[in-house]
Design a protein around this ligand. Structure first.
Ligand code: SAH
Ligand code: SF4
Length: 351
């Protein structure tokens, strides 16, 4: 039993995807190795996608063995995958405790975008969201978040150019691990993805939006709006009912003042629910005169849900009406529209 604990304990095993450069340097020192070995190991992990020390062929056999004894990865295994006609690949990854999440790789010429999950399930209960229905299983660790990025990177054997935190779960309900993951992805010693190419999407948790505004990096913020009429939003997004639109508006103003950056508002059009004249007018009022970009998204149908997508004409109408009040809006291209998505939101998000 004691021995089993020793092997399983994350405290004794170093996760190469989670550890800091400093921790790796300390380990090298402990093993009597020169400091540049840390950089070599990071190069294997982040540039070559190799996490198994046994395969790090420019290290001595003795160091490989010593590392193998010390290293334990967060360890995701691929449980299923779906490949879209447009080249997107969606994966279901499982962790050792049985929790499973989806992530997606979306290639385009010279680019590879990855969409990651931050929690297995979600506690927010949005009425139109497949993930929200099942409730929260657990939050992911930072290591488990970029494990997803590395999985996609390795599968495409290509550099990842952007990551969106728009998979399962609410990133700001798992703030610290999300931020750790963002920093690691941004770290030049790890994947080195520019902060502006790292986007976090929140359903609107105000305290965390304000906290995020004070982080030094220029990460991109997306906020799921879906309606700017409180009554409608309460029905669609019951988990954020306590963060009213009035307060959200003020918090976003503060975010913009503080950062000078443009938040993206996500708005999935649901026929007859949030695509009415009253809703368009209200959205225009919410956005007018503010720094923002609106993403109009077609709802992905979730089986058994009463909500149906709106029409492409409505989407066009939203864009035109917003343009009239000086607000930039785009209709998101659907990626992987042919892959059956249990987690419908994964499909349409690449900027
Ligand atoms: N929890 C975060 C991030 C994950 S969800 C959030 O809600 O922002 C990513 C995006 O997918 C959100 O904008 C969410 O509202 C949207 N989404 C969820 N279900 C959807 C569906 N069935 N169709 C279209 N978008 C959906
Ligand atoms: Fe959670 Fe986002 Fe789905 Fe809402 S839309 S239930 S916040 S994952």
């Amino acid at each position: 039993m004691a021995e089993e604990n020793l092997h399983d304990s994350p405290a004794t095993a170093l996760d190469l995807h989670s550890c800091t450069h400093g921790q790796l340097l300390a380990l090298m020192e402990e093993l009597g190795q020169p400091a540049f070995r840390a950089k070599q190991i990071e190069d294997w992990v982040w540039s070559k996608g190799v996490g198994d020390p046994a395969q790090m062929t420019n290290l001595s056999k003795a160091l490989r063995d010593a590392l193998s004894e010390r290293v334990g990865a967060a360890g995701a295994s691929e449980l299923a995958r779906q490949v879209s006609e447009d080249g997107s690949r969606k994966y279901l990854l499982g962790f050792s405790d049985g929790a499973a999440v989806e992530c997606v790789g979306m290639p385009s010429p010279r680019k590879l975008s990855v969409c990651v999950s931050t929690q297995a399930g979600c506690a927010m209960g949005c009425a139109f969201c497949a993930t929200g229905r099942a409730g929260l299983v657990r939050s992911l660790t930072a290591g488990e978040i970029y494990e997803q990025v590395m999985h996609v990177r390795n599968d495409f054997n290509s550099r990842v150019t952007s990551v969106v935190f728009m998979g399962q779960g609410e990133p700001f309900a798992n703030y610290d691990e999300t931020l750790k993951a963002l920093r690691k992805l941004n770290d030049p010693d790890a994947l080195g993805i520019g902060a502006r190419h790292l986007t976090v999407s929140t359903c609107g948790l105000i305290p965390q939006i304000l906290k995020f505004a004070n982080e030094p990096e220029q990460f991109t913020l997306a906020v799921s709006l879906h309606s700017t009429i409180q009554k409608t939003r309460n029905v669609l997004m019951p988990g954020v009912r306590r963060f009213s639109l009035v307060h959200l508006y003020a918090a976003l103003g503060e975010y913009v003042n503080k950062t000078g950056r443009r938040p993206t508002y996500e708005y999935a059009l649901i026929g007859g629910v949030n695509d009415t004249e009253e809703e368009i007018d209200s959205l225009c009022d919410f956005c007018r005169g503010t720094l923002c970009h609106v993403n109009i998204i077609q709802l992905n149908e979730v089986s058994g849900s009463p909500f149906k997508p709106s029409t492409p004409e409505k989407a066009q109408q939203f864009v035109e009406r917003l343009a009239r009040v000086g607000v930039e809006a785009t209709i998101r291209n659907s990626r992987g529209a042919d892959i059956d998505a249990a987690c419908g939101q994964l499909r349409q998000r690449v900027r």
